[in-house]
Design a protein around this ligand. Sequence first.
Ligand SMILES: C[S@@+](CC[C@H](N)C(=O)[O-])C[C@H]1O[C@@H](n2cnc3c(N)ncnc32)[C@H](O)[C@@H]1O
Length: 232
Amino acid sequence: MEFSGFDARGYRTVDVRTGYVEWVASYEDTVEDVMDLALLERLVDPVWPEVARAADLGCGTGRTGEWLRGKGVARVDGVDVTPEMLDLARRRGAHDRLVEGDAISTGLESGSYDLVICSLIDEHLADLGPLYAEAYRLAAPKASFVLVTYHPHFIMTSGMPTHYTNAAGENVAISTNVHLISDHARAGLRAGWRLAELHEGVIDDDWLAVKPKWERFRDHPISAAYAWRKDG
Ligand SMILES: C[S@@+](CC[C@H](N)C(=O)[O-])C[C@H]1O[C@@H](n2cnc3c(N)ncnc32)[C@H](O)[C@@H]1O
């Protein structure tokens, strides 16, 4: 679904690479752990220390990879389309291998990962189908696919795209799409995945501690984490 019909900000919009090349300087200071890492903490399955090899699609600066390594995941390969984000991930050192490429055609080895994870990138994709299909191709039998996403309700109700403030102080939007929960269900099931868990993160006291201005959004869902399982 097009974001433009919900846009309450009217920021100038740039494509993914243009946006993240500029956002990279302040990304780590602006992304909130409560958006994604707090939801990962709530997943019961996968059992993180049992994951031998993970593929981190849209790995960015390596936040997700570092979190996985902290949970005992033995090996993490990362893919991202923005070289400047990969440079920070390389410095962070959480990944074994870092590849510049598209999350929907990674070039990584088929059937070789017992976890595929993708955090906070799918709003940049027009269509979810190729992402779920690529994750399925990479997954070993019984593997998990964990996807953390910006909640469609929050995008619609706030009218706020993924955005950053550039060096000149201008707020700039990065091309954003709205994916309904049913879009994820359709894409995941079509690719062959079985849904094992779904968690929604709402604006609560933890959120308001970092974003006090969001009191008007209290109890609104802002992010979601899907855990899918490959049977057989
Ligand atoms: C909001 S950041 C998330 C980074 C990281 N997963 C995290 O949670 O901090 C989104 C990242 O997705 C990357 N990205 C967006 N579209 C992509 C695509 N089609 N293929 C690979 N990476 C992509 C961007 O370059 C950026 O690094």
